[in-house]
Design a protein around this ligand. Structure first.
Ligand code: HGY
Ligand code: MN
Ligand code: MN
Length: 401
């Protein structure tokens, strides 16, 4: 029997990032493959039957796979330089909850599975929740297989290297139909539970959110030999995009917009860039406000490109509307937890958010005393992690009893 903290400490050295701090574990890279192997071994120790579906999502079955299963799980991949809890806490808590239930000789009354979703952060191939999007048919196989990482390797290359058949990637109705209810435990990515004063909470909604790639092209040239009056420097409209993200989102209630990734070509200190790729992450309480923010940012970026004699192309790489979690399932969770568990929204996307459009889905949050996520400062105290495991075990016992 292991606690969540013990299980997390077993993987604490996998995928550490000495340059960025924290962890860099990305879809099917060496670190994430090592974590997959670790999870598979831990599931086997608990008598769970492990299979990997056509899209690289892992299913660990307690009992025979079957329809109307109760499924719980999360992801093992991280953002670049991410924290230790975003994703893995949901996976280790599922294992620890199985320990709690097996210790009391609980026997599931319906199929029960633990899942690990592929490439939830999109840290390698750019599309978040890629494994659950493929499973549900939200992202097509054709789109996914062509996605490229920073080294130019495609998603097709990565899944093939991981032992999957690229020709089988895609919507998996048979697997999806097995899920009767899905519950994901996740470290809270914000300060909600700190302010409420509770170790555990239940998710009410997820912000609408999407990612857009802006490609600015100008005239590459010499930094010293090119007069300021004759330049077409794509870094200028790129900079305007960064500033517009802050200005536009600050002007729309509840909206957020971020530029965390800029890639100039060629990227020389003494070189005027010939092109610059900029990625925008924009979110909002509903589709309308999110789209308004993106439109305002895009208009400012296009104007700045014109002013500088540059071109710009904008590509929507992913988008998901607001998620409102299933109220009946939320009530079931509240019942299982004695009714005293607070509900709170999240600005972070999750595989549960993708599945919510297809099956009754709920999320449990565990308090994060720093309120910080997608950074090494992300944290959850051992006691709160155990409160999360106890809550998840109660939910699984009630829903699969
Ligand atoms: O970006 C997100 O909100 C999530 O962590 N993938
Ligand atoms: Mn995340
Ligand atoms: Mn996550």
């Amino acid at each position: 029997m292991s606690t969540a903290t013990e299980l997390l400490s077993a993987i604490k050295d996998v995928g550490t990032d000495p340059t960025r701090g924290g962890y860099s574990r990305h879809g099917f890279d060496h670190a994430e493959l090592e974590l997959r192997e670790w999870f598979t071994a831990e599931a086997g120790k608990r008598g769970l039957d492990v299979e990997v579906d056509r899209n690289g999502n892992i299913w660990a079955w307690w009992g025979a796979p079957g329809p109307d299963a109760l499924v719980t799980g999360s992801h093992l991949d991280s953002v670049p330089g991410g924290g230790a809890f975003d994703g893995p806490l949901g996976v280790v808590s599922a294992l620890a909850a199985v320990d709690v239930l097996q210790a009391k000789e609980f026997k599931p009354g319906r199929p029960l599975a633990l899942m690990v979703f592929a490439e939830e952060e999109g840290g390698r191939f750019g599309v978040p929740c890629l494994g659950s999007r493929l499973l549900a048919g939200v992202t097509s196989a054709e789109t996914a297989l062509a996605l490229k990482d920073r080294d130019g390797d495609t998603f097709a290359d990565a899944v093939k290297a991981a032992g999957l058949d690229p020709a089988r990637i895609g919507r998996d109705d048979e697997a999806l139909s097995r899920i009767g209810k899905f519950v994901e435990l996740h470290v809270e990515q914000g300060r909600g539970l700190i302010d409420i004063g509770s170790a555990v909470g239940v998710a009410t909604s997820i912000l609408a959110h999407g990612r857009w790639r802006f490609r600015f092209t100008g005239q590459g040239n010499h930094a010293g030999a090119t007069p300021m009056t004759t330049r077409h420097d794509p870094m200028l409209p790129a900079s305007q995009l960064v500033l517009s993200a802050r200005w536009a989102a600050s002007g729309v209630d509840g909206a957020r917009a971020t530029v965390g990734r800029i890639e100039p070509i060629p990227g020389g200190t003494n070189v005027i860039a010939s092109s610059v790729d900029v990625w925008l992450d924009a979110r909002g309480p509903n589709d309308g406000r999110t789209r308004t923010v993106v439109e305002r940012i895009t208009a400012a970026a296009r104007q700045a490109a014109r002013d500088e004699g540059c071109e710009v192309t904008v590509t929507e790489e992913s988008y998901g509307d607001t998620v409102h979690f299933d109220s009946a399932l939320r009530e079931e969770l509240a019942d299982a937890l004695g009714g005293k568990v607070p509900g709170l929204p999240t600005g972070a996307g999750h595989d549960a958010g993708i599945l919510a459009a297809h099956v009754p889905t709920a999320m449990l949050f565990v308090r994060n005393p720093t309120g910080i996520s997608h950074a090494p400062a992300e944290h959850a105290e051992a006691d709160d992690c155990e409160a999360g495991v106890a809550a998840l075990a109660k939910v699984l016992e009630k829903l699969a009893g």
